[in-house]
Design a protein around this ligand. Structure first.
Ligand SMILES: [Zn+2]
Length: 313
């Protein structure tokens, strides 16, 4: 199935929809809608209230007959949950338990403060580029009302939808939404399609998560970022993760530090993907896979590593 990569709501057939936000770079995430029997499940909200409102308006012609009775957050990055407060009060919001815990640590005020902070000029410029377009000062975090571990099957009208936790990978609690009768998977950020993935949590488990998704045999994958895809998009992402892991391992064994390794790894096979600077964070995550005793870097340290890489290239 080819779905145009244009901003807005796209019908996938069988009562399923994808809401897309090109170009899929930092913060420009996708969402999904599963409808059946006069009800619907929303998959993820967007980074801020303006964008989420715009999305809910675009969905209105569908949700007028299929009101959103439930929603789920695939993971706890702001671009997938900061719009939750705009959902109907009565809507159940699902997430994995780990995602709910990570969401409770999210602070719109902290993110706003980061954007205003005194930082080295190249870091400040990077923060503006990655997080600047989004209005987070007025966001109130609304946490999931129903959490689970592993897997939860829920009813949407007369169809059964499986929420399958595959994290830690991109974040601690990544969860996909599998709609078996339509052969569709909403992957959240376990798939960045035609863009560079970023490993915040667990490098090797993300590679394992790719296998788990491919085993489902879905014909359509709706990624967290980028155009609607099929298995080929996920195979490309897995190829990146496996390749970078192998190159990083050579550097690790050669005693080269993470920043030098990120400079040396040849990414020409992925040159048409955006957000190349994520290699800096990904090498740090790979080194932690090689040596789990390495201290975990803070979010700001990872952002700084990417900004440094960006400045050097
Ligand atoms: Zn995202």
């Amino acid at each position: 199935m080819h779905v145009a990569y244009t901003k807005g709501l796209h019908e996938l057939g069988d009562g399923l929809y994808a809401y897309l936000q090109p170009n899929g770079g930092w913060g420009w995430s996708n969402a999904g809608l599963v409808t059946a029997g006069g009800t619907s499940l929303l998959i993820d909200t967007l980074y801020d209230l303006r964008l989420t409102r715009e999305m809910l308006d675009a969905m209105a012609p569908v949700t007028v007959d299929h009101p959103i009775d439930a929603a789920m957050n695939t993971h706890a990055n702001p671009d997938h949950c900061f719009g939750n407060e705009l959902l109907p009060r009565s809507a159940e919001i699902y997430s994995s338990q780990v995602t709910a815990e990570e969401m409770s640590e999210l602070s719109p005020a902290g993110l706003y403060a980061l954007k205003q902070a005194e930082l080295p000029p190249h870091v400040r410029a990077f923060v503006q580029e990655a997080f600047g377009p989004f209005e987070v000062a007025d966001v109130t975090v609304r946490l999931p009302s129903r959490t689970f571990m592993g897997r939860l099957d829920i009813g949407v009208g007369d169809r059964t939808v499986s929420l399958v936790e595959l994290g830690p990978a991109h974040t601690g609690g990544d969860t996909i939404v599998h709609v078996p009768d339509a052969h569709v998977v909403y992957t959240g950020d376990l798939l960045f399609n035609q863009g560079t993935p970023i490993v915040w949590a667990d490098y090797d488990n993300w590679i394992a998560a790719c296998e788990r998704i491919l085993e489902l045999g879905a014909t359509v994958l709706v990624p967290g970022h980028g155009p609607v895809s099929d298995a080929s998009g996920l195979r490309d992402l897995r190829r990146y993760l496996v390749y970078v892991r192998g190159e990083a391992r050579k550097c690790f064994d050669g005693g080269i530090n993470e920043a030098q390794a990120a400079d040396e790894i040849d990414l020409s096979a992925f040159s048409d993907w955006g957000e190349t600077e994520r290699i800096a964070a990904n090498v740090i995550a790979a080194y932690r896979a090689f040596d789990p005793l390495r201290p975990r870097k803070t979010r700001l340290e990872l952002i700084t590593a990417m900004a440094d890489w960006h400045a050097r290239h």
